[in-house]
Design a protein around this ligand. Structure first.
Ligand code: HH2
Length: 261
């Protein structure tokens, strides 16, 4: 178990846990530098919230938010751009991002797959049924792990059919995206079943509402739940842990590794 840590840099007014804290580019860059010092291997820069019910952000505004931040961080860190818009991804790649983290798994923008193929960047494909405005409306699955696995297999096939190298693809079960508490817990418990897809797994549990559903904690008090679920995900085979609280996560990984020898 030696997962990488992906530190979250949200340049948004409305992200569910840190909205408005890093809207100013200098503040966002400073935060990213701090996350690298805390142990982040990758910085995930995002300019649009994907929390349930979030408003869509237009392309110009999203670009304005993320471009200077990517440019300011790309010299000191591996940067991924959390966007589903090809124009935003293109500008971020120009500014130095080397990974596109697309929560729509290349379904949000018809130009995204070709862009990623042409630029040879890493691509994170995440499971989300529908979109953030509708995804929490009574989500149902036959078997959540089987359904997510089939979805990710299909999106991986789509990506490679569009010329994206299989080696560049990372897969993510989309914790909190169109899932009930039980769905999220089941996915974490049986994460190992997604190993068969043969690609690295990204898992993002950080401060999400399923933690609050388990013990009632508010969004600012979910670090323990974030760490517990992330370490267990790593033990089940997660390769990248996407978190806000990088120092705590890095320490937890070091200790878990030491115990496991
Ligand atoms: N979760 C969020 C956003 N992007 N990307 C991947 N690959 N996996 C995730 O689990 C994931 C993600 C939601 O978290 P956050 O960025 O903190 O909130 P918001 O979308 O409100 O900005």
């Amino acid at each position: 178990m030696s997962p990488q840590v992906m530190g979250i840099v949200n340049v948004t007014p409305d992200s569910f846990s840190d909205g408005g804290q890093y809207l100013d580019p200098a503040a966002a860059i400073g935060h990213g530098v701090e996350l690298v010092r805390d142990g982040a291997d990758i910085l995930d820069v995002g300019g649009e919230s994907t929390r349930p019910g979030a408003d869509e952000v237009d392309e110009t505004e999203e670009l304005r938010r993320v471009e200077p931040v990517v440019a300011g961080l790309a010299e000191t860190a591996t940067v991924s751009i959390d966007t589903s818009k090809a124009a935003v991804a293109r500008a971020a790649i120009e500014a130095g991002a080397s990974i596109v983290n697309d929560v729509t798994a290349l379904q949000g923008d018809p130009e995204m797959a070709a862009l990623c193929a042409e630029r040879g960047v890493g691509v994170v494909l995440m499971h989300m049924p529908g979109n953030p405005r509708t995804m929490q409306d009574d989500p149902r699955y036959e078997d959540v792990v089987d359904d997510v696995r089939a979805f990710l297999a299909g999106r991986l096939e789509f990506a490679t059919s569009r010329g994206i190298a299989e080696d560049e693809v990372w897969l993510d079960p989309g914790i909190g995206f169109g899932k009930t508490l039980e769905h999220n817990l089941e996915l974490l418990r049986r994460l190992g079943e997604l190993r068969g897809l043969g690609r690295p797994l990204v898992v993002g549990t950080s401060r999400k509402s399923f933690i609050g559903q388990v013990d009632g904690a508010g969004v600012e008090d979910r670090i323990g739940g974030t760490i517990a679920s992330s370490v267990l995900a790593a033990a089940e085979g997660a390769d990248v842990l996407r978190v806000h609280d990088v120092a705590e996560m890095s320490q937890a990984i070091r200790v878990a590794e030491a115990v496991l020898g």
